[in-house]
Design a protein around this ligand. Structure first.
Ligand code: ZN
Length: 76
């Protein structure tokens, strides 16, 4: 088991569930490492990939809305 990078305790466990990121983005059912001592979340490469994909999906949605606004007359 690895010590927690934040508090140094050997209390990292795998948890799965909705995860709220620092910017308020909620990733549903994300498996990540969590420190039971300081409650800090840590993400491995797999979790990072899920977060990145989720962010892309969100920004695409925003971009689509923006595009539709800009080209409203041409699209329809
Ligand atoms: Zn900790």
């Amino acid at each position: 088991m690895l010590p927690c990078p934040e508090c140094g305790q050997l209390s990292m466990i795998w948890v799965t569930g909705d995860c709220t990121l620092l910017d308020g983005t909620v990733i549903p059912n994300l498996k990540r490492l969590q420190c039971t001592s300081c409650r800090e979340d840590f993400f491995d490469h797999y979790a990072m990939g899920i977060i990145e994909a989720h962010r892309r999906k969100i920004s695409h949605k925003d971009a689509d809305i923006q595009k539709r606004k800009e080209y409203n007359t041409e699209v329809v």
